[in-house]
Design a protein around this ligand. Structure first.
Ligand code: AMP
Length: 290
């Protein structure tokens, strides 16, 4: 596996692979890799000749009072893990390599970026879409892999790819969880022991929502209220939002039907955690539980 820090080196590596007729899979990450990232890398490994993983904590997607400075970083460990997942190339650029001068050009995916995490984190999805667009132009992958864990991000990227005719196929990979149900996240490292057990309230409230829907509940407000009560009963948790939205256009629902995304963000201490499930309401059985 090769590790590079410059755009020119990525272009050279990928260019040579393409001249050999090889397909390129791409997994963009912010590093501090865990089994969720590895699921994306392994899927890319299975479906492509060459696998490129980027590791870049993108300042553009962090708000002024967010955790950009203290976001966990461990490049040596990430390089070893990426290799075990089957990556061929790790691209770990500096901030000045990605942003050599002030940006004047941004990608803004309207509507999809505005609710849910976008409402709590203004500018976040503009930062995400812009850096992913840059990375797509650098790596020129055939396929790119994103986690269902960040469902809104996956929807924003898919829409950007469609609207801007970017020649890449996006693949969404299911959320990887700890054995007790907590969705894996680089930010879980911030949690102390008490917060770690309090953090289970996210997946538990999603399981509650699923059970209510399976029992026939179709009123989104009632599901949201029950989830809210459960989160409020956890003293270390502070609710940011709960959303029950159409899984495709992320528009809030009053009555639940079709593919429904149930997503939430909760502060555990200062750590903001997100999670979601997809539920097919009516007809097909629901998807994998947390
Ligand atoms: P991040 O490094 O947090 O920006 O995540 C990089 C990619 O890994 C994104 O597409 C995430 O959605 C995905 N990812 C993060 N956590 C998980 C998880 N627990 N399961 C599956 N994918 C994940």
């Amino acid at each position: 596996m090769k590790v590079v820090g410059t755009i020119a080196e990525v272009r050279e590596y990928v260019g040579a692979a393409k001249r050999r007729g090889e397909s390129v899979g791409f997994v963009p990450t912010m590093g501090y890799l865990h089994d969720g990232h590895l699921a994306l890398i392994r899927r890319a490994r299975a479906e492509n000749d060459v696998v490129v993983v980027s590791i870049f904590v993108n300042p553009l997607q962090f708000g002024p009072n967010e955790d950009y400075e203290r976001y966990p970083r461990d490049l040596e460990r990430d390089i070893a893990l990426a290799e075990t997942g089957g990556a061929d190339l790790v691209f770990a650029p500096s901030v000045s390599e990605m942003y050599p001068r002030p940006m004047l050009t941004y990608v803004n995916v309207e509507k999809l970026s505005e609710g849910m995490c976008g409402a709590s984190r203004p500018g976040h999805f503009r930062g995400v879409a812009t850096v992913v667009c840059k990375l797509f132009n650098i790596v020129t992958p055939d396929r790119a892999y994103f986690g269902q864990k960040d469902a809104q991000q996956a929807a924003v990227i898919k829409r950007m790819v469609g609207d801007l005719n970017i020649n890449v196929q996006t693949v969404t990979v299911g959320t990887v969880r700890e054995p007790d149900g907590l969705a894996m996240s680089s930010r879980n490292v911030y949690l102390d022991a008490g917060q770690r057990s309090a953090a289970l309230v996210l997946s538990k409230s999603l399981s509650l929502a699923r059970r209510m829907i399976e029992a026939g509940e179709r009123d989104a407000g009632k599901v949201r209220d029950a989830m809210t009560r459960m989160i409020q009963s956890e003293p270390l948790a502070r609710l940011d939002y709960i959303a029950l939205v159409d899984a495709e256009d992320l528009v809030p629902l009053d009555r639940l039907s079709g593919p429904v995304l149930i997503a939430l963000a909760v502060f555990i201490g200062n750590t903001r955690l997100i999670d979601n499930i997809l539920v097919e309401v009516g007809g097909c059985p629901p998807t994998a539980s947390p």
